[in-house]
Write a protein that binds this ligand. Sequence first.
Ligand SMILES: Nc1ncnc2c1ncn2[C@@H]1O[C@H](COP(=O)(O)OP(=O)(O)OP(=O)(O)O)[C@@H](O)[C@H]1O
Ligand SMILES: [Mg+2]
Length: 342
Amino acid sequence: MSFLGYLFRDVAVDLGTANTLVFIRDKGVVLNEPSIVARERSTGKVVAIGRDALLMHEKTHPGIMTIKPLANGVIADYEATEELIKGLIRKTQTQFSFGIRKMVIGIPSGITEVEKRAVRDSAEHIGGREVYLVAEPMAAAIGIGLDVNEPMGNMIVDIGGGTTEIAVISLGGIASGESLRVAGTDITNSIIRHFRKAYNLAIGERTAEEVKMRIASASKLDKELAMMVRGRNLVTALPEEREVSSPTIREAIATPISQIINSIKRCLEVTKPELSADVLDRGLFLAGGGALIKDLDRKIHEETKLAVHISEDPLTAVARGTGKVLEDLEKFKTVLLPTKRY
Ligand SMILES: Nc1ncnc2c1ncn2[C@@H]1O[C@H](COP(=O)(O)OP(=O)(O)OP(=O)(O)O)[C@@H](O)[C@H]1O
Ligand SMILES: [Mg+2]
């Protein structure tokens, strides 16, 4: 390593709506924390970032507010996004390193030119000297280990918190694809709405997330599940506990699940026949936290007839992919996204 190599780091970031992951060259994914920033309301001072801020989320007093700087995969609050990336990178730094040289960032494929520009500006603003952008589904495919440069169709579906990225990739580019702004957060919100409507019970986001992770499913389970859920009764205004079952939750989340599956079908409809044949041959690869919804793979298989593979460690696929791009920019130059200079 050169002298500068000791002082500067090359980092890759999966800036997600739900989680932000940081990859450092030669080290791998070193950090995976929720995309949340907590601020003191009066001064605007950042008091916590990532996991520490999540613990405060929905449990704050009026003096502190928590912010999710990203919504649907794009930056909703620039300042908070910069604080988030800066804070997380700072957490990874040793006393000998003080700057960032190369930086690769994964962004949703449906992002506008202005949104792209904003991500690049933020990265440069926090000190990235060379900033490269790569589409998230492309990064996910690379992270999974698919050879994206070959003349062969690979289908990837990355179900994150804010966006579902669907893409058929061939020759280092996205041949057909869709960036749907329906994903994990909508599934969580459907659960919250269900409790409110069916039982007059207000439940928090963290509780709904827990329900989703423990018992939500996309199709009938061999052994149906149930769990106790606590919230506040909207009529009596008192705390209350009640049992819910997996079939009920399945029904509650049916709309976002079918929106995701319809989007996969639409993408297949516009895929060129030769690439379709490849996809039929190889199947579809699921990534992102949404890939972990029980029996979603089976449901997608039933509706598309494709073999469905859940990628190993789906929550880190994009981060690992951006990391591979960072470590071999020459090999992956075709996947880098250009941004216009204004
Ligand atoms: N075991 C699980 N079962 C169901 N959903 C899960 C599970 N684990 C995580 N999730 C959901 O996955 C989502 C987060 O996934 P991920 O980290 O891939 O999203 P992200 O990259 O932050 O978002 P985006 O790519 O949309 O910007 C959250 O909505 C979370 O609730
Ligand atoms: Mg993601």
